[in-house]
Write a protein that binds this ligand. Structure first.
Ligand code: ASN
Length: 233
């Protein structure tokens, strides 16, 4: 961790636009009244409050968020984004705030018990994600076809209706979906994809990364109780 819990960087603009996934519970998702809530929402609101900057949150989806930041339509991505060497070529990342696995899900009762059982089958993943890259890298080896989705709810519904045979997503998100009633199982262990961070377009908004790191350090090391960092619900 590089942040200083006692330091404050100076915002370079009035309001920063933070782009997020559209359907990625429990990190960002719409509650019953259509308001976006979740871990990423809580984290950025708490950090902005702690560091004294304003945020506007938008939820176009994961791949759309990467594009929005690359084209300078948004200042940063906060969407459970894995820190990878390939991404480091085009983004600057904050200190990590989470460690992630990706994992395969199939419908309950499916005969798929290993990657080998995916031969001839169709597996979904969201465009631009680490799950999508993993599937692309292994499609030849196991003989499956990859289907790309813009967002998760259509993909989850496709698995439910049987129009795809399996899907891959972040493990925590999958397990949460199952806990919330999705009729899926995860027959194979997750694959470690590493740490997750907040990202800006490479070479831009350095003060935003500094404020994120300082605020994160403050939340992790000095926050008296988790109740103080929620409040967005
Ligand atoms: N964990 C995914 C990735 O880093 C991001 C996401 O699905 N929101 O590729």
């Amino acid at each position: 961790m590089t942040g200083d819990a006692n330091a404050k960087a100076t915002p370079a603009k009035e309001t920063y636009t933070i782009s997020m996934d559209s359907s990625f519970a429990p990190f960002e998702y719409q509650n019953g009244s259509g308001k976006y809530v979740g871990i990423d929402v809580d984290i950025i609101n708490a950090i902005a409050k702690n560091q004294g900057f304003n945020v506007k949150l938008t939820n176009p989806g994961f791949d759309a968020s990467l594009n929005a930041v690359q084209s300078s339509q948004a200042d940063a991505v906060l969407a459970g984004m894995t820190i990878t060497d390939a991404r480091k070529q085009i983004f600057d990342f904050s200190d990590p705030y989470y460690t992630s696995n990706i994992r395969l899900a199939v419908a309950k009762g499916s005969k798929v018990k290993s990657y080998k059982d995916l031969k001839g089958k169709t597996v979904g993943a969201k465009n631009g994600t680490s799950s999508y890259s993993w599937l692309e890298d292994h499609a030849g080896e196991y003989g499956f076809t990859v289907r790309a989705y813009d967002e998760a709810s259509t993909m989850y519904d496709s698995l439910n209706s049987g129009s795809i045979d399996a899907l891959m997503d972040d493990e925590a998100v999958l397990l949460y979906a199952i806990q919330q009633g999705r009729n899926f199982t995860t027959p194979i262990e997750g694959i470690a994809t590493g740490e997750v961070g907040f990202a800006v377009k490479k070479g831009t908004n350095p003060e935003l990364i500094e404020m994120f790191n300082n605020g994160l350090a403050c939340l992790l090391y000095t926050s008296p109780s988790p109740r103080d960092i929620s409040g967005s619900r």
